[in-house]
Structure formats: structure tokens, C-alpha cells
Write a protein that binds this ligand. Structure first.
Ligand code: FES
Length: 301
């Protein structure tokens, strides 16, 4: 391990420090930390105390505070630090984006990062509400890759989930694990699916691993993680409809659904029970036949 001379507790403390670094960053950052630590030691053997001193004095924020917490060190004045909050509130999806950013931070360091990042967000907001652009700027300026790319990708696909509604649902079900299913049912009823943003918030407010929520969401048939499409098209593939042009309609819908544009869920059934309407198509619960079906499909595809 470079040309550092280690005391046993020094090496142990350094490995504890490395264990607190998020996994994808661990090996890339190790040589740099060792080089910095060697500089600090100036040829002397490295003790556990020196590793702690190095973290406290030489690492930048917010990594410094997060790693100090991981090593069981108390930052000066920590007891007097008020709980982090948005000074003048949030605008748009900023709070949801902030929580999504924190999701990339390992559990043990999340609260420390929350405080530091909240301080930076408040600073950017300059007395006003924290906006989406402030959070995006923090991600671009501070967060290293691959976390940055993950977060920005998640922002690009973030749905229109009103986070305050999810907060209301969580508040309606106080307590711990025993109410998770009830919370998930309410979220499913609210949105028609379980949005990732909602699961992240539940995980943080209830202090439950996100993986546990995903396990529940995928175990029960009552839940779905996929946002429902705007239109449901049910095409009859029975022989009566097939010979009257049903196969043609099916091909058209399949081509549209396989591309990116159509907001359509396609279902196929053997018979819609109205063979006299062949080719029969059901669109959003309404039956259509022949030309009428073609016109309606052209409208929604
Ligand atoms: S075969 Fe199409 S509705 Fe019966």
C-alpha cells in the first residue's frame, strides 16, 4: 500500500474510511487518498489518529463531514446544528429532485450530506425558494460520476408526481413497517402505479430500505411499477374479426406500440363477444367497428 508506514490502528482506520466511500468510487479514489495521507504523515508511521486528523483537516466538504460521521468523529459544533430545511420552501419538483440526489448517497452518510447539500441549495436560492435549476446546478457542480449521470438521467424521466400528496399519504399512516402495504395501496390508488419518486420518499420517511419496497411492489399483483398508458386498445384476434381486417388493424397498432410515440397499451383477445361488428376493437372500454375503429385508432396512435 504505497510507501506509507502503518501503525496497526492506522491501517484499520484507513480501511474503515475506504469502506465509507461509495463503492464505485472506492478503488479510483484510493491512490489519491494514499498520496495525500503520505504527504500528511511526512515519513512518520500513520496512526488511527492521523487518519482522522487527515479527514478533518484535508478533505473538502461535504465529503469531510460525511467521512467524519462514518469514522465516529463529531464535527465541531455539531450538537448546535439545526435540522436542515429549505429556508424559503421549494418550487416545482425541486424537493423531489433533492431527495432523488440524496438517494445516491449511502444510508450511513445520507443525513450528513443532507445538511451540507441543503446549505448549498439555500445559498443558491439566495433567500428565495429552492428551484429545480438550483438542484440541477448542484448535481452538475458537486456530484461525481457515475452518480451525476444516474441522477441527471432520473431527472429527465421524472414524472409529474406531486410529492405533497405522497407526504399526505405517509402522514395518514403513522408508525413503521406494519403500515407499508396500506401506504402502497394509497399511492397506487392515487397514481395508478407506484412512482419511483414516491417509493424513495416512503423509504426515507419510514427509514426502510428501498429494496424492501420494491420487493413488496413486485410481490403483490395489486401493485405495478409501470405508469399506465393513456389509451388501452383491445383487438380481437378471433377468426371472424381476423378475416374482416382485424389482422391489419393489429399490425398497425403493434407497429405504433413498438415505436416510442404511442401512449397505448395493446391487449389481444380471442373474441370480444360482438362478432357481428367484425373487425371489432375496444378502445378505452368503448367498442368500435370497421371504419369507426380505423378512424379512432388513427386519432390516438
Ligand atoms: S371474433 Fe372478433 S368479436 Fe368475436
Amino acid at each position: 500500500m504505497s510507501d506509507i508506514k502503518w501503525l496497526p490502528d492506522g491501517q484499520k482506520m484507513f480501511e474503515k474510511l475506504m469502506a465509507a466511500v461509495p463503492e464505485p468510487m472506492r478503488e479510483p479514489i484510493r491512490p489519491k487518498l494514499l498520496q495525500m495521507l503520505a504527504g500528511k504523515a511526512a515519513g512518520q508511521p500513520v496512526s488511527g489518529e492521523l487518519v482522522k486528523k487527515f479527514v478533518d483537516e484535508d478533505l473538502p466538504e461535504p465529503q469531510r463531514s460525511a467521512l467524519m460521521a462514518a469514522l465516529g468523529m463529531k464535527p465541531a459544533g455539531a450538537a448546535a446544528t439545526p435540522p436542515p430545511a429549505a429556508a424559503a420552501g421549494w418550487e416545482g419538483k425541486a424537493e423531489m429532485m433533492f431527495e432523488r440526489m440524496l438517494q445516491e448517497v449511502p444510508d450511513m452518510m445520507r443525513e450528513v450530506f443532507r445538511g451540507k447539500l441543503m446549505a448549498i441549495a439555500n445559498q443558491k436560492a439566495a433567500g428565495g425558494p429552492i428551484k429545480e435549476e438550483h438542484i440541477t446546478a448542484i448535481v452538475k457542480e458537486i456530484v461525481p460520476d457515475p452518480f451525476k449521470t444516474n441522477i441527471l438521467k432520473a431527472y429527465a424521466t421524472m414524472g409529474d408526481v406531486d410529492i405533497s400528496k405522497v407526504e399526505d399519504i405517509i402522514a395518514k399512516h403513522p408508525g413503521g413497517d406494519e403500515n407499508l402495504i396500506a401506504i402502497l395501496h394509497d399511492v397506487q390508488a392515487q397514481y395508478g402505479y407506484l412512482p419511483r419518486e414516491a417509493l424513495i420518499l416512503i423509504s426515507q420517511k419510514k427509514n426502510i430500505f428501498l429494496s424492501k419496497l420494491y420487493r413488496l411492489a413486485t410481490t403483490y399483483k395489486a401493485f405495478t411499477l409501470d405508469k399506465p398508458k393513456k389509451n388501452v386498445v383491445t383487438i380481437c384476434t378471433g377468426s371472424g374479426c381476423h378475416v374482416c381486417g382485424g389482422s391489419e388493424l393489429l399490425k398497425k397498432v403493434e407497429a405504433a406500440v413498438s415505436g416510442d410515440g404511442a401512449d397505448v397499451t395493446l391487449e389481444k383477445v380471442r373474441c370480444l363477444g360482438c362478432c357481428d361488428l367484425a373487425p371489432a376493437v375496444m378502445i378505452n372500454g368503448q367498442l368500435y367497428s370497421g371504419e369507426e375503429a380505423r378512424a379512432k385508432l388513427a386519432e390516438i396512435l
